[in-house]
Design a protein around this ligand. Structure first.
Ligand code: CYC
Length: 164
């Protein structure tokens, strides 16, 4: 599992050098942000089902053709898989908040996802829409502190950019 520390060490290693002061500063910065990340992870965990359901509803609203016969949201099984997939992304974001790196999203959500979606002929735009809805929905103070929201939104942005 990649964490902030292993990422810094292995990228220096790959470049054939020891971790530099700035590498270590970035590790330190990440550790300093860890309480904001843990707060975000905890708040998200407490609300994950509702967040995922809203995001799923928003993506189907934007792409209603998915409900048409033969499309990816046309049966009860497909609907529940789609909602489950959105929930998987929120769960992966929660893991990333805990470990302080993008490893869980990279390994399971992005690299693995792309292959699965290609093989099954699933469009990625609805995933992007669901995550974008969640990205614009979070509200500082109501949902979590502004530092926590910054950490949460940064991971949503990362997932959105990677799937776009
Ligand atoms: C932990 C990380 C993880 C991810 C990300 C994941 C995704 C994932 N989504 C799948 C299927 C699926 N995903 C969807 C999703 C959708 N339908 C829509 O209208 C939209 C385009 C979209 C929701 C936004 C559908 C319909 C299937 C079934 C497709 C099929 O059987 O042809 C499958 C194939 C296996 C299965 O059918 O369950 C995987 C592996 N699994 C994982 O373990």
């Amino acid at each position: 599992m990649k964490s902030v520390v292993t990422t810094a060490v292995s990228s220096a290693d790959a470049a054939g050098r020891f971790p530099s002061t700035s590498d270590l500063e970035s590790v330190q910065g990440s550790i300093q942000r860890s309480s904001a990340r843990l707060e975000a992870a905890e708040k998200l965990a407490g609300n994950l089902d509702a967040v995922a359901k809203e995001a799923y509803d928003a993506c189907i609203k934007k792409y209603p053709y998915l409900n048409d016969s033969g499309q990816a949201n046309s049966t009860e099984t497909y609907k529940s898989k789609c909602l489950r997939d959105v929930k998987h992304y929120m769960r992966l974001i929660q893991y990333c908040l805990v470990v302080g790196g993008t490893g869980p999203l990279d390994e399971w959500g992005i690299a693995g996802g792309r292959e699965v979606y290609r093989a099954l002929g699933l469009p990625t735009a609805p995933y992007v829409e669901a995550l974008s809805f969640a990205r614009n929905r979070g509200c500082a103070d109501r949902d979590m502190s502004s530092q926590a929201l910054t950490e949460y939104n940064a991971l949503l942005d990362y997932a959105i950019n990677s799937l776009s």
